[in-house]
Write a protein that binds this ligand. Structure first.
Ligand code: ADQ
Length: 467
């Protein structure tokens, strides 16, 4: 079996009982658990004059190799181009998109540095699997250093249509560097269609009926690989965690009221302020729910150095204050808004006892919280998932209560529907959701991507063209 080398900006270094650092780390960990391999990337540390020689630690069959970033790279590459330019662009938020040429250059330079540090660690028959928008040009940088190994790329976030991508200066240069990969994987059919359309329309490349892109140097296969979780492990943890003192304390504090639960990184793409408004609208339109339901929103701070993220946080504080001020009673607070992360164990217990899982991003590559919520339920008395159609997960989880988060009234009605749904209907919907989560699990995601990467024709473009 060939060794897998995973490359991602952030590496999920082993740290027992740590709070999650987001979906990529959750998904990659679940996928590497059985197979092992090397995981290379940024340590999460910012140091002056960091070395290009990675620090290596081993745990549970995985070698973790990391390098630090310096302050300028952190500001310009990570906060700047990756999260201030590419993140809003890919989440269809063109109004929030910002561009600085020096940041684009720092992004290229960071990718070159990652390539230089990784190259000495590679063995001839490794399969290199690069993750996410931070590292789009990594294969190009590796190829320049002579890397011949198969390299695959997986984009965890959405890809907007070509006309939106075209607002990025030098978009052709950036996205044509995807053609240095042997395989590019995306979360949904819509994302894969956007990539193929961009390559055809903006780059002028031929796209084969099977989705293969014919670039100038090589053939690049493309495919849809929806990321998943380990549903059986999630169910086991949830059953155990339901008995934890944290879960018991939560239940005691609710005093028999129903619970709506949201769990997210605090990110403007997750649509939290729309949810708060919809919950307020529910209490206004259906007074029978006052004092009978509590909404717990857990929102772990994320990228707080970026002004938009601080503004999103302030907006949520304002809204929670307004709604609580209007509807709270001396013995009931409608919205409990918690601005920190919790361990996966604690979250699993909360998922299990929540009657409604509220997952309504404005745009999301997949959204693993939706899958974790489903996998944590009690089959005999399951909760209801309220899901945005703009989460990649909606393609698989279409038995959820689907509600457009921009339509506050529709979202409030969806909450009412979920809270009043009879048990037979809940069981029926949950069975379909659970089957989908089981089917699209983390193991299948990893195995199908690696099988596709091993299976792609390694022939250079020139050789195939002349056959
Ligand atoms: P994220 O945007 O981070 O991931 P998501 O898929 O929902 O979003 O993953 C979040 C993970 O972090 C989950 O495992 C969740 O349990 C955990 N988490 C979230 N909030 C938390 C909190 N407050 N406390 C503790 N843990 C928390 C990106 C993309 C997604 C895509 C994933 C994986 O944006 O669309 O699904 O990568 O590809």
């Amino acid at each position: 079996m060939k060794r897998i080398v995973v490359v991602s900006n952030r590496v999920g270094l082993p740290a027992p009982n740590s709070e999650s650092s987001g979906g990529l780390v959750t998904g990659v960990h679940a996928a590497m658990r059985g197979r092992g391999g090397l995981w290379f990337g940024w340590s999460g540390k910012v140091t002056p004059s960091p070395s290009d020689a990675p620090e290596i630690v081993q745990a549970a069959g995985i070698d973790y190799a990391t390098i630090d970033l310096d302050q300028a790279a952190y500001n310009e590459y990570y906060l700047g181009f990756a999260n201030g330019t590419l993140w809003p662009l890919c989440h269809f938020r063109l109004g929030l998109f910002e561009y600085e040429r020096t940041q684009a250059e720092a992004y290229e330079a960071a990718n070159e540095r990652f390539a230089r540090a990784l190259m000495p660690l590679l063995r001839p028959d490794d399969l290199v699997w690069v993750h996410d928008y931070h590292l789009i040009p990594l294969a190009c940088a590796l190829r320049r250093l002579g890397c011949q190994q198969r390299i695959g790329f997986f984009l965890h976030i959405p890809l907007p249509p070509p006309r939106a991508l075209a607002i990025l200066p030098r978009h052709k240069e950036l996205f044509s560097s995807l053609l240095d990969y042997d395989l590019v994987g995306l979360q949904t059919v819509e994302d894969a269609d956007a990539l193929r359309a961009f390559c055809r329309q903006n780059l002028g490349h031929l796209v084969m009926p099977d989705g293969t892109l014919l670039g100038p140097q090589r053939r690049t296969a493309t495919g849809v690989f929806p990321i998943g979780i380990d549903p059986q492990a999630q169910q086991r943890i949830a059953v155990k965690s339901a008995k934890l003192s944290t879960t018991r304390r939560l239940l005691d504090s609710l005093g028999g009221r129903k619970l709506i639960l949201g769990v997210d990184r605090l990110d403007y793409s997750k649509g939290l302020s729309y949810r708060f408004r919809a919950f307020g609208r529910l209490l206004g339109a259906h007074p029978e729910w006052r004092s009978r339901v509590t909404y717990l929103q857990i929102a772990a701070p994320s990228r707080i150095e970026i002004a938009r993220y601080r503004e999103a946080r302030l907006e949520l504080e304002r809204q929670a204050g307004r709604i609580n001020g209007k509807y709270a009673e001396f013995d009931w607070v409608p919205i409990r808004y918690i601005n920190r992360g919790f361990t996966p164990k604690t979250l699993a217990g909360f998922y299990r006892v929540a009657q409604v899982g509220l997952v309504t991003p404005l745009r999301d590559g997949m959204n693993l919280v939706a899958k974790e919520y489903v996998a944590s339920q009690n089959a005999a008395d399951p909760g209801v998932l309220v899901l945005s159609p703009f989460a990649g997960a909606a393609a698989e989880l279409d038995s959820a209560v689907i509600a457009n988060p921009f339509d506050i009234d529709a979202l409030a009605e969806a909450l009412h529907t979920a809270l009043t749904m009879p048990v037979e209907a809940r069981r029926e919907r949950w069975a379909a959701l659970h089957a989908a989560v089981e089917h699209g699990n983390a193991e299948r995601w990893q195995q199908s991507f690696i099988a596709a990467l091993e299976g792609v024709s390694a022939l250079p473009r020139a050789a195939t063209a002349s056959r």
